[in-house]
Design a protein around this ligand. Structure first.
Ligand code: Z5A
Length: 207
């Protein structure tokens, strides 16, 4: 059985990850590929519980270390119970966020040490890396406006815009460091243009 491919979608608030995930799923299925769509934090019952803890605006402040460890705890479950088994069965896995989000939010946004993130990445993932990461990029204020229209803000969405500027900068740095894996697509343009660019980066994987 040929192992499936692992695709991740990244970007700041409201850049269109969820919208375009559905487009990628459709596009791959039209090419007779079996697709598993998932997300982080989340993807398993326990990881979804961890997601709720992470997004909850409850009264007890979550320390930066606790946040980082929760993110990787959820990821460990997700890899073991969803990502690896699906890839082994030949399905392609598309995840709404993965470890680049940790470099962006905990590394860039919270200013945590990159070497700590790298250590946890190696511990939890071993050699697992996405085959392709699509980074949707838009100015912070555009994404935040789109997210606000949806209603109540979660614990991350309630951060100041400087936090999201740091997140965006960290994402762009990831793309610079890993140009062979991370493909940058401008997301502040009509959806048709974004989706044309998506097809261009997906096509080489189909060969
Ligand atoms: N987090 C973390 O800190 N560390 C980690 O390692 C991981 C995650 C994995 C949950 O993520 C939080 O977890 C996240 C970081 C943290 N922070 N937050 N917040 P999430 O993925 O669930 O949260 P999100 O970024 O808020 O997702 P989102 O707001 O749903 O954004 P989106 O999926 O990118 O956007 P969308 O829902 O597809 O689109 C938003 C709206 O814009 C919607 O109405 C669309 O119709 C519209 N849209 C989309 N594209 C366009 C274009 N091109 N033109 C016009 N309108 C558009």
């Amino acid at each position: 059985m040929t192992r499936g491919k692992f695709i991740t979608l990244e970007g700041g608030e409201g850049v269109g990850k969820t919208t375009n995930l559905a487009f990628i799923k459709d596009y791959l299925e039209r090419h007779n590929i079996s697709v598993v769509v998932t997300r982080e934090p989340g993807g398993t019952a326990l990881a979804e519980k961890i997601r709720r803890l992470l997004l909850d605006t409850g009264s007890e402040a979550i320390t930066e270390h606790a946040e980082l460890l929760l993110v990787f705890a959820a990821r460990a479950q997700h890899i073991k119970h969803v990502i690896e088994p699906s890839l082994a069965k030949g399905a392609w896995v598309i995840s709404d966020r993965f470890t680049d989000a940790t470099y962006a939010y905990q590394g860039g946004g919270r200013n945590m040490r990159i070497s700590t993130i790298e250590w946890l990445e190696h511990l939890v993932q071993g050699n697992l890396k996405p085959d392709l990461t699509v980074l949707l990029d838009a100015p912070v204020e555009i994404g935040l406006q789109r997210a606000k229209i949806r209603g109540a803000l979660d614990r991350f969405e309630a951060e100041k815009s400087s936090f999201f500027e740091h997140v965006r900068r960290a994402y762009l740095l990831q793309a610079e460091l890993h140009p062979e894996r991370i493909k940058l697509i401008k997301a502040n343009c009509p959806l048709d243009d974004v989706q044309r660019a998506l097809m261009d980066v997906l096509r080489p994987l189909l060969r």
